[in-house]
Design a protein around this ligand. Structure first.
Ligand code: FAD
Ligand code: 8RB
Length: 468
């Protein structure tokens, strides 16, 4: 075997830990510097439960490294979006065609700890409580600070930045040679609230029954309270609680975070706009007062690497807004591509980094665009009759001609087809659905045989899908 270069990763978050594991499995010597203390040492106790939606792309990356089953054991299946209308009624819109097309709610803390264990078991060396300050790319040295501010220097191998949206390695690379960095703020912020497990709520409020009575709401769904310009969502946690996120304009006329300065103002707003949700939030005032307003933006870079010396992956390269639930999934997909390229050409890091960017950047741009679009869909369109008509027509066509029609959401969430393909295909399909509905007062009036024939004539067949 040829001598493989050693790798120095900055950041042991979701992407860094998973990438480290895969690289070590391929015989690379890997060390990771992580700013925060080791979360496995009691740190997460008493912390808030934050969950994420894991979809096929992320699952596939976990499968390649033998971790998918273990992750799924602790995950809660979500079959679709449960839309809670203003009048208090709710209904499930399935994400896929059946239970083979579902997404999974996983705990960020538990997932990160599982990935750290797995990476360590494969031989990765972690240095916790070590924050990157800057990098000398010519001398291949980095400067780090520990939690007490004590600084030290360290010789590195190839540098990979998996240090998230606020990446310190990116800042160091950008200072050495500009990366063409651009941040586009969404102008909306978010705040996390919690619905406790049902045994901590008055029984009269618990809206679902059956074998899973520890949940206050239907557990197997991603809940959405769409309200036009803003919304709340809730994802289930395995122990029975839900993490709720309020998305709202940061500034401007009521309602915005600027006009909801304190818990009392926010409570009045919830009582008016989310009357069915507020009673499920017994810690509303404390959560609202204590949890910070998070900001949301999209990050674009012209370059993700410094020749063969340093590369950015995950959020450090392409942070996106959350509305497609694909940030982690996209970062996990990055790791598979990078490891394949590095394993094939371990001694050509400049070629590998350039090729990685060539393959991944158009896809990162595509999911960034689709994530922005999905905010409008989630907060607004899910209750719009024209949107629902298109969705219903699409579902019938998907059943009739599965080789020619697959909703964009399904292409993104349940396949490994490139994000850029999903974006382009979605546009073409959408134009045809619009055309079909223009000539018909409603879905029932569309001649499905003629519609299917038209799609088959005007769209290329979908690529054969690899599953599982
Ligand atoms: P991070 O997970 O941010 O990890 C970066 C790591 O680098 C951290 O451990 C950090 O401590 C460390 N670090 C930072 N600076 C330094 C430094 N100077 N030196 C050393 N280490 C450093 N994505 C989905 O796919 N589905 C979802 O449902 C979803 N939900 C989300 C919910 C929330 C509340 C948030 C905030 C994000 C969500 N995302 C979701 C996005 C997802 O969390 C990110 O895309 C993903 O975590 C990116 O992984 P990463 O490893 O690149 O960055
Ligand atoms: N970051 C998600 C979807 C798509 C849901 C749909 C949406 C919270 C921060 Cl907002 C959101 C989705 O179209 O019906 N799948 O997974 C996850 C989402 O938000 C996550 C929990 C989130 N991400 C800062 C907050």
């Amino acid at each position: 075997m040829t001598q493989r270069p050693s790798l120095t990763l900055i950041g042991g978050g979701l992407v860094g830990a998973l990438l480290a594991r895969q690289l070590a499995q391929h015989g690379f010597a890997v060390e990771v510097f992580e700013k925060r203390p080791d979360p496995r040492r009691g740190g997460f106790l008493g912390g808030r439960s934050i969950n994420l939606a894991l979809a096929e792309r992320g699952l596939q990356a976990l499968r390649t490294t033998g971790l998918a089953d273990e992750v799924l054991k602790r995950a809660v299946m979500m079959r679709g979006r449960m839309v809670h209308a203003t009048n208090g009624t709710s209904g499930l819109q399935r994400y896929g065609v059946d239970d083979s097309e579902v997404i999974w709610s996983v705990s960020r803390g538990a997932l990160n700890m599982l990935l750290l264990d797995a990476a360590e078991a494969s031989g990765v060396r972690f240095h916790f409580g070590q924050s990157l300050l800057d990098a000398d790319f010519d001398r291949r040295r980095i400067r780090l600070a520990d939690e007490d501010g004590m600084q030290r220097e360290h010789d590195t191998g190839l540098l990979i930045g998996a240090d998230g949206a606020g990446s310190a390695l990116r800042a160091a690379m950008n200072a050495y040679a500009p990366l063409g960095e651009r941040t586009e703020p969404l102008g909306h912020g978010y705040k996390e609230l919690e619905i406790p497990a049902a045994d901590n709520l008055p029984p009269a409020l618990v809206q679902q029954s059956g074998g899973e009575g520890r949940f206050a709401l239907e557990p197997h769904a991603l809940h959405i309270w769409p309200r036009g310009g803003y919304m709340c969502i809730a994802l289930p946690n395995a122990e029975g609680s839900f993490t709720v996120t309020l998305f709202l304009p940061a500034q401007g006329a009521h309602p915005s975070f600027a006009t909801l300065r304190d818990a009392a103002a926010a409570r009045a707003f919830f009582a008016a706009d989310f009357p069915d949700l507020l009673p499920l939030l017994p810690r509303f005032d404390a959560d609202y007062a204590e949890h910070p307003v998070g900001t949301l933006s999209t990050l674009y870079l012209d370059r993700w690497h410094l020749d063969g010396r340093a590369l950015l992956v995950g959020d450090a390269a392409h942070a996106i807004v959350p509305f497609h639930g694909q940030g982690m999934n996209c970062g996990f997909e990055d790791t598979v591509t990078l490891v394949e390229l590095l394993a094939a050409s371990p001694n050509d890091s400049a070629g590998v980094f350039a090729e990685f960017q060539r393959i991944r950047q158009p896809n990162a741009n595509a999911i960034a665009a689709m994530a922005l679009e999905n905010y409008v869909e989630m907060r607004d369109s899910v209750a719009d009759p024209h949107y629902l008509a298109k969705r219903a027509l699409g579902a019938q066509l998907a059943e009739r001609i599965p080789g020619h029609y697959m909703a964009r959401y399904r292409l993104v969430t349940f396949t490994h087809l490139p994000y850029a393909y999903a974006l382009e295909r979605g546009r073409a399909q959408d134009a045809l659905l619009e055309e079909l509905l223009r000539g018909a007062p409603d879905v029932e009036a569309v001649d499905l045989d003629a519609a299917a024939a038209m799609l088959q004539a005007r769209l290329s067949p979908l690529p054969v899908l690899r599953h599982g």
